[in-house]
Design a protein around this ligand. Structure first.
Ligand code: MLT
Ligand code: ZN
Length: 471
């Protein structure tokens, strides 16, 4: 360790306590590798402050020493957004000790939490307060609210409740110079100037470090119906989405699409889960919730699905008869990503399109992938109700996954060119991180990029916050 680094480490230890500045190689390793094992970084130290005041002091010390900072929550980024680069210049600032629920306000339906609380614990805290926090994603046991906000996370209930951006009323942010922006307001209407919080939400820690947030809570649902429908095509899945929206209105909380390949993969890795409608090319998993305890939801879903069968949209369907059955159907869906990870690396795309363009996109892109990469296997699933697909491309049978990964740029071009042509986005909910930085530069309008870079320079003039990410 150089003298300057030793001095910084001593300064940071004086702020957060020596036991919360990790420098030992084996202790820091888990913070330096992303959850998909795509990025391996290096860092001077992992620093784990316990309060906003400590975060502010750490940032001030780093700004003074011109040392980059990589903020990190549960380290579940799909895009290497929380992994430092290989230079070893940065510190990783882990927020995981900041887990407090600072306040709940039942009348205002809000809850103020710190950034390091896991999404699951935030959901629990809302429930214990007799309310409901709807953000829901596969990694909710590990991912943190700070990370959810920094990436504007989506998940499986966006259709009804919106992305993280729409679930936040106020935030507290430590700025690049160590000052604290206290915007922890719980207001549903506030037109007093620019909505600064929205600058930081979705900025992936490149503009400031989110340390706390006022979350919007809702009345808890009391009746829930979950159903799986087998359909012949993506066109039919889109038609079913419309039919269910017509039948259930905004009680339709989630509408997920799974290809037969994705469902089989999940089942292969979780044979204990049911496979109630085997052998179909596509599936829709849908959930409808009502705040009324005895709403006639099951009848509503049965009627809508029967009509869809009569209309030739749905081939077969099953409705979960218990919470446990519903949980298992959701587990089949939520395990797809993990099942794919166990099969080895694959080329992931997190795209969004106008829902009206999705079926044509799927047809054209499947053909183009097959023409260019014969035998490549598509694992398509995602949040059809939000127009968001995980359009993943895995190696052909017999080709080592790591070898196929060398072709990622060419595969990305085929997929993302079609996304752009259909007016879509190359990142719907996972963010840009370091994985898609070049893709962002390729596809976003130069004026968009210029404005992003100007905002970055205005808020972080030394470019010390999460360098190498987003812009
Ligand atoms: C999901 O929808 O399961 C997540 O976004 C994870 C993934 O895409 O791999
Ligand atoms: Zn997703």
């Amino acid at each position: 360790m150089t003298d300057a680094n030793a001095t910084l480490v001593d300064d940071l230890a004086a702020i957060v306590g020596a036991s919360h500045v990790l420098t030992d190689a084996s202790a820091i390793e888990p913070y330096l590798i992303d959850c998909r094992d795509r990025f391996h970084g290096r860092a001077r130290a992992i620093v784990r402050p316990a309060t906003t005041a400590e975060v502010a002091k750490v940032v001030r010390a780093c700004a003074h020493a011109r040392v980059p900072i990589v903020p990190q929550g549960g380290n579940t980024s799909m895009c290497g957004g929380a992994t430092p680069d290989a230079t070893g210049e940065a510190i990783v600032l882990s927020l995981v000790r900041m887990k407090a629920v600072r306040a709940t306000d039942a009348a205002n339906k809000t809850m103020t939490v710190e950034a390091g609380i896991t999404l699951h614990d935030a959901q629990q805290a809302a429930q214990e307060a007799g309310m409901f926090f709807p953000l829901s994603l596969a990694s909710e046991g590990t991912c943190t609210i700070g990370g959810n906000l920094s990436t504007n996370a989506g998940g499986t209930a966006v259709l009804r409740y919106g992305n993280a951006r729409e679930l936040v009323l106020g935030i507290e942010v430590v700025l690049a110079d160590g000052r604290v922006l206290d915007a922890l307001r719980g207001l549903r209407k506030d037109n007093s100037g620019y909505d600064l919080k929205q600058l930081f939400i979705g900025s992936e820690g490149t503009l400031g470090i989110v340390t706390a947030a006022v979350l919007k809570l809702f009345a808890a649902p009391h009746t829930r119906v979950t159903a799986l429908a087998a359909v012949e095509s993506v066109d039919d899945a889109v038609a079913l989405l419309r039919a269910m929206q017509q039948a259930a209105g905004d009680r339709l909380t989630g509408f997920e699409l799974l290809s037969g390949v994705a469902l089989s993969l999940s089942h292969r890795h979780h044979p204990e889960l049911p496979d109630p409608l085997p052998g179909h090319p596509w599936y829709a998993l849908l959930q409808i919730d009502d705040t009324q305890a005895h709403a006639a939801l099951t009848e509503l879903v049965e009627t809508a699905l029967s009509r869809a069968v009569e209309d030739g949209i749905v081939v077969d369907a099953t409705i979960a008869q218990s919470q446990e059955q519903a949980r298992k159907l959701w587990a089949l869906r939520e395990n797809v990503s993990e099942a794919q990870r166990r099969e080895g690396p694959n080329i992931k795309h997190d795209i969004s399109l106008p829902i009206s363009a999705i079926a044509t996109f799927c047809r054209d892109t499947a053909r183009a992938i097959d023409d260019a990469f014969a035998g490549a296997r598509l694992v398509v699933f995602g949040h059809l109700g939000d127009g968001n697909l995980h359009y993943n491309v895995a190696a052909p049978e017999g080709v080592p996954a790591r070898e196929f990964m060398q072709r990622a740029d060419a595969v990305n071009r085929v997929v993302h060119d079609r996304v752009a042509a259909a007016g879509g986005s190359i990142s719907a909910e996972h963010g840009i991180g370091q994985l898609k930085r070049d893709e962002l530069a390729h596809y976003r309008d130069p004026l968009d990029l210029e404005l992003m870079r100007r905002i970055k320079s205005a808020l972080d003039p030394q470019h010390l916050l999460n360098p190498g990410k987003v812009v």
